[in-house]
Ligand binder design. Structure first.
Ligand code: FES
Ligand SMILES: [Fe+2]
Length: 422
């Protein structure tokens, strides 16, 4: 439970907020790389509550600029992307990806405005199939984006998708680190459903017998420089524990526990504004090509209506296509797909959950730690102390892991090798 003030501090990310300012110290993923094509239509972007326009110039460089032209504030979405810049359709002012004015056809040829006028622009990176922006103080811009393993594998060994989620980023992250819902929200009932429903909701956990042996795992949360790791411990035998370890990485990344040899799945929950989030889902295999069905294990990626708004086909307006007969007979939710089930339940709390009205239990230890960590970061930012993780992109080279260990072995030590990304 948080006070109303703490909840505000945690969830408000717009310009001038402490959390928004802290997030601006990180590179932020916000578009898929192929959303921007050379000299093609620009994209409307909203990021941390700011309205912007993204485009890719003739040289292939991505640019992110203010949505509104500094001349008389026309919307640059209607502009023309041409010859290494974007030209406002109203009076033709043209800007490059760095925000410099290139041309003002309606002004005298020697106008000083040409060297004086600038449009606000933010640096971008194109890495791992994703476009990233840095919206903070240029003096503290990290040289590299976080070096997640999914960005370093060959492109055919990763799948990156994006969808709109209509709620605050924090409750989405809290869903991503909430291990105690997995065996309940995503569960199937007896008798198991038939195809095609079953294929869409295979058990999320490859080692169900071990999970079933002990349904109330003990959680151990351990802070790290990148965020924290969560060890979920279940009894496996008299002498052994079954451990599943997942990570939270600052400021809004989560991973799903991996079983040996399987692909790994992670999420980025990028705040569009206080009420909307881009949910990026990454599946990758660090060692080999995908086999059948592995590109989207358990339908964690969600089908979207189009690649402009990225609104899921099953969404809040159609009750996520809930099938009450399936819910009665076969599954907890009657909603198809793990990703859609997560989205439904996270959006069901409203755009910003009122954390002053919750009742937390011991299974919520990771959620408590997430809030503590982020509130600390925001308060430090208010006091002028920047987060340290962005300057250390190699901190992000980690993997989730799952393994049976002898009872006396510390999980972080016993799994250390498996949690290192290649
Ligand atoms: S408003 Fe953009 S050039 Fe005039
Ligand atoms: Fe889930």
């Amino acid at each position: 439970m948080l006070s109303v003030e703490e909840n505000e501090l945690l969830t408000r990310v717009g310009p001038g907020t402490a959390m928004g300012n802290a997030f601006r110290r990180f590179w932020l993923p916000f578009l898929l790389s192929d959303e921007l094509q050379v000299d093609a239509a620009p994209r409307r972007v909203r990021l941390l509550g700011e309205d912007l326009i993204a485009f890719r110039d003739t040289e292939g460089r991505p640019g992110l600029v203010d949505r509104y032209c500094p001349h008389r504030r026309a919307d640059l979405y209607f502009g023309r992307v041409e010859q290494c810049g974007i030209r406002c359709a109203y009076h033709g002012w043209k800007f490059d990806v760095n925000g410099n004015a290139m041309d003002m056809p309606a002004e005298p040829a020697n106008t000083p405005l040409l060297s004086e006028a600038k449009i606000k622009s933010y640096p971008m990176r194109d890495w791992g199939g994703v476009l990233w922006a840095y919206m903070g103080d240029p003096a503290t811009m990290p040289a590299e984006v976080p070096q997640f393993e999914w960005g370093t594998v060959p492109a055919h060994r990763r799948v990156v998708s994006k969808r709109l989620q209509q709620n605050n980023y924090a409750q989405a992250v809290e869903g991503g680190i909430d291990s105690s819902h997995v065996g309940i929200l995503h569960s199937l009932l007896e008798p198991e459903p038939e195809a095609p429903f079953k294929q869409r909701q295979l058990p999320i956990v490859p080692n169900l017998p071990l999970m079933a042996k002990d349904t109330a795992p003990r959680l151990f949360v351990r802070d790290t420089d990148y965020g924290f790791m969560i060890g979920a411990r279940r009894n496996a035998s008299e002498a052994e524990y079954y451990w599943r370890v997942t990570q939270f990485l600052l400021p809004f990344y989560t991973m799903i526990a991996r079983w040996d040899g399987e692909p790994i799945v992670g999420h980025a929950w990028t705040p569009i504004d206080d009420y909307n989030t881009w949910t990026f889902t990454m599946t990758w295999h660090p060692e080999r090509d995908f086999r059948d069905g592995e590109r989207d294990p358990h339908q964690i990626h969600v089908a979207v209506e189009d690649e402009v708004d990225f609104l899921p086909t099953a969404n809040i307006k159609n009750d996520y296509l809930i099938d009450r007969e399936h819910q009665r007979l076969h599954s907890m939710t009657g909603i198809m797909g793990i990703g859609a089930q997560d989205a439904a339940i996270q959006e069901s709390m409203g755009p910003i959950v009122d954390r002053s009205r919750e009742t937390l239990g011991s299974a919520d230890a990771a959620i408590v730690n997430f809030r503590r960590r982020l509130l600390k970061m925001a308060r430090e930012m208010e006091a002028g102390v920047s987060p340290i993780a962005p300057a250390q992109p190699d901190l992000y080279r980690v993997r989730s892991a799952g393994m049976v260990l002898e009872r006396g072995v510390d999980f972080a030590e016993g799994l250390a090798d498996r949690m290192k990304a290649g």
